[in-house]
Ligand binder design. Sequence first.
Ligand SMILES: [Zn+2]
Length: 504
Amino acid sequence: MRLLCSFLVVLTLLFPSSLAAYAEEKQSLSSSDEGLLEIRDFNQSPPFADGSTSTTFTISSSNGTIFSDVPTDHWAKSEIEFLYQRSIIQGYTVNNGLQFRPNARVTRAQAAKMLMKALGEKEQPISRARFKDIPSDHWAAGWIERAVEKGIFQGYEDGTFRPDDPLKRSQMSKVIAIAFQLPAPPSTASKVAFTDVSSNYWAYPYISKLYYHGISNGNQNKFMPESYISRDQFSAFLARAMNEDFRLPVNSSVIATGKVTAQSLNVRSAGNANASIVGKLNYGAVVNVYEINGYWAKISYGKINGYVHKSYLKLKNVNGNPLQGRIITVDAGHGGTDSGAIGNGAYEKNIVLSVAKKLQQKLEKAGAKVIMTRANDTYKTLEERVQIAKNNYAELFVSIHVNSASASANGSETYYDTSTNPNGYESYLLAKEIQQQLVKNANMLDRGVKDNNFYVIRYNTVPSVLVELGFITNKSDVQKLTSDEYQNIFAESIYNGIVQYYNK
Ligand SMILES: [Zn+2]
C-alpha cells in the first residue's frame, strides 16, 4: 500500500487525472508483456554508423543515463533521450531518481499527447466534450481533440474515445504513418518481409511504410502487429519518424546490378544532383542496385552507400531475364507525312513501324518496359523522339531505319555516336551486337558499325543506336524488308543484340 501511494503521487504530477487507468495498466503489466520484450525493432545499426557519410547524431548525453531503468546499453536509449530532451516524453520521479518504465504499455491518450507534441502541435481548447469518456478537464483532452482534428485518431461509434486502451503495434503503425505523412514505398521497393504480416492485413500499408522508411524492421522477420506497443518501442518509432538520423537501414534486396559506364561516377547522399557526394566509382565497377526512382538508383559498392545517376550504369536484372525491368525506347523512324525512303513500291515508315512493333513484343515478353516514340503512322520530330525517351527515364534507345541509294547498294549497318553522347562507347558495344545478329540471322551484307552524329543518337545520354536494316532500293534487300517472316527476323536480331549487350 505504501508503494502504491508514492507511485500515485508521482503519477499525479505527470498525468493528473489518469490515476485509475494507470493503476489498472500497472496490474496487467507483468503478466502480459513478455511478448513485448521479444521485439526490439533494432536488429541492425543505424545507417552509415561507420562514419562513411556526414550523418551525425544529435544526441549528446550518451555517456550518462537520464533514466535509471534505461541503461547505456538499452537498445532504444538514444531515441528515448532524444524525446525526453524535446519534452515529448517525461519520466516518473522515484526516490529522487527518474524512471522511464520502458516496458509499460502506451495508451491511446498518451500516444495522442506524445504524437501531438512531436508534431509541434498545441493543446486544443475544448468548448464542448466530443467524447463521453473525455471530460473537458481530462489531462489529455486538449491533445486528443487536436489529434482527432488532424485525423490521426478517431473515436468509437458509441461516442467514446477509450483513452486508457493500450495501442497495438499495428495501430501505432497507422497513427505514425498518418501523423508523419510517410510516403508509400515506390513499386520498385522490396516488399515487407515480415512473416506475420500478410499483404491483405488491414495495417499492411502502414507497416510497409514504417518498414520502408526505416522506422521498424521488427525482429527475426516478425512484426507482431497484434502485440501491444511498449514505451521503448513507441519511443523508437517516434524518434525515427521525427529524425532521419535514427532511421534503420532498410533490409532491401538487390533488384539489379549496374556496371559503371562513366570514367568517374559520383555517389550522392540522396537522389538528386545537389545532394552531397559520399563517394566516387570508377569505370567498370559493378554495384548492387536496390531501388530506382526516375533517374536515380540507390546502390551499394563495398562500404559506399548512396545514389547514382542511372544513365551511367549498365543495369541488368539479377533474377531471370536480364531485360526484366529495363526501360528501352524503340524508335520507328519517320511516319505520317514523312514517309522516309521510298523504293520498289515500299515505304520506309511502314517497314520500320512493323519491325519496331515486333521488337516491342519481344522486349515486353522479356519483362522490359518499352517506350515507343510512335505506335502508329504519325510524325514526331527528332527532338520529340529524344524527349519521349528522357521523359520516361529510358535506359537504352534503338532507332530503326531503312536505307536508300543506288540499286546495287545493299546490306545492314548500325550507327552510334561518340561526338556528344556520353555513353558513346556503350553505344558502340550495343551497335556491334545488333549488327552481328542482323548479318547472321537475316543473312545481310555486313556494312559494319559506324560513328555518326545522327540527332536521335547524339542527343540521348544513354546507349543509343540507329539501325539501317537494309536498302529499300535494292531488289534483294527490299524483298526481306517487306516480308513478314524477315521483319520478324530483323526484330529478333535486334532483340538478341540487346540481350547480348546486357549479358556481357
Ligand atoms: Zn530513315
